[in-house]
Design a protein around this ligand. Structure first.
Ligand SMILES: Cc1ncc(C[n+]2csc(CCOP(=O)(O)OP(=O)(O)O)c2C)c(N)n1
Ligand SMILES: [Mg+2]
Length: 324
């Protein structure tokens, strides 16, 4: 594994991005429960270390195709909280200009970010296409995408891994194994709880990582990214975590055993990283609280801005429509 040596400033950056993601998500939950939301909004709690740790390993030129629980990836890529909140509220200045009111469709090629495609796992072949375009143009760039445990049972997941291996594509695929696909627990959709075993079927390296350990996610992703950039092909990473809230706001997740949630709560990625930074002497409590405060202010500003922003002009409805 790479010597993923991080400076103290980088440790604090990781904490900041995870905290921004957490605070953003908490605001979404609160607002939607107050009836101030629009459409659905997928919960991010439990996924912060994966989206942040993985994105941190990319160069700005690399392409990322996040899924619906990768808010941290969008933020880290430079998509502002104002634009993302605007998207969730369907505003004209939201990422999709009011065409989607969700974590879908938040693409911005200026940020090398491909918007999430609702159909699962359709972002995978698109990311493979981006990876192959780098090969054809002889550019030392990498494409990284995420998918879920549920989506990994769909045919397109297997077709993409197979072709990525055959074509030796500079692609990194991260499966966010959060134990559930909507209300279906893992053991009701696959025999093996270790998704990483699927990599062997396509003769590509497969790595399992603790998805609640941001530095571990960063280190394995960096390894895979470097491998891809060297021309040594794709990697499958299985990041194990737990979806700590319902599928989306409407879902109370009563079907999840409380003991399972308690077990994972003890491994909360934010609390763990905070303790680690404190015990390693990277920062004191006051410095970390300041970061929390910074994230809180940024998200409050985004909410205020989005709520005060106009909806799109009805006449703009056909913008970006290329076929009917
Ligand atoms: C082809 C397809 N079928 C069904 C859905 C509806 N759907 C959205 S998310 C989801 C569950 C996905 O589970 P998983 O892949 O484990 O990701 P998670 O939501 O747990 O992060 C489903 C069934 C969809 N988006 N696409
Ligand atoms: Mg899942």
């Amino acid at each position: 594994m790479s010597e993923a040596l991080l400076t103290n400033a980088q440790h604090l950056e990781l904490f900041y991005w995870m905290m921004l993601t957490r605070v953003f998500d908490e605001n979404v939950v609160a607002l939607w429960k107050q009836g101030r939301g629009l459409g659905g909004a997928f919960s991010q709690r439990g996924h912060e270390a994966i989206s942040v740790g993985a994105s941190f390993a990319l160069a700005p030129d690399d392409v990322i195709a996040p899924m619906h629980r990768d808010l941290g990836a969008y933020l880290l890529r430079g998509m502002t909280p104002r634009r993302i909140f605007g998207n969730l509220l369907g505003r004209a200045d939201g990422v999709s200009g009011g065409r989607d009111a969700n974590f879908h469709g938040m693409g911005d090629l200026a940020l090398n970010t491909i918007g999430f495609i609702s159909h699962l796992p359709h972002s995978l072949p698109v990311a493979l296409g981006a990876a192959m375009s780098f090969v054809y143009r002889r550019e030392p760039r990498v494409a990284l995408t995420f998918t879920g445990d549920g989506a990994s049972s769909a045919g397109l997941f297997h077709e993409t891994l197979n072709l990525a291996a055959v074509w030796n594509a500079p692609l990194v695929v991260i499966v966010e194994n959060n134990q559930y696909a909507y209300s279906t627990p893992l053991d009701q959709q696959m025999k093996s709880p270790n998704l990483v075993e699927r990599a062997a079927a396509y003769a590509m390296p497969g790595v399992t990582v603790d998805g609640n350990d941001v530095e571990a996610v960063y280190a394995v992703t960096l390894d895979a990214v470097e491998r891809a950039r060297r021309g040594d092909g794709p990697t499958l990473i299985e990041a194990k975590t737990m979806r700590m809230l319902g599928h989306a706001i409407h879902d109370g997740a009563e079907y999840v055993p409380p003991a399972l949630l308690a077990e994972w709560e003890a491994r909360d990625p934010l609390h763990r990283y905070r303790e680690k930074l404190l015990s390693a002497g990277v920062a004191d409590a006051e410095e970390l609280d300041e970061i929390v405060q910074r994230a809180t202010v940024e998200v409050a500003d985004a909410v205020e801005h989005a709520e005060a922003s106009p909806l799109p002009e009805p006449a703009s409805v056909t913008h970006g429509v290329y076929a009917a």
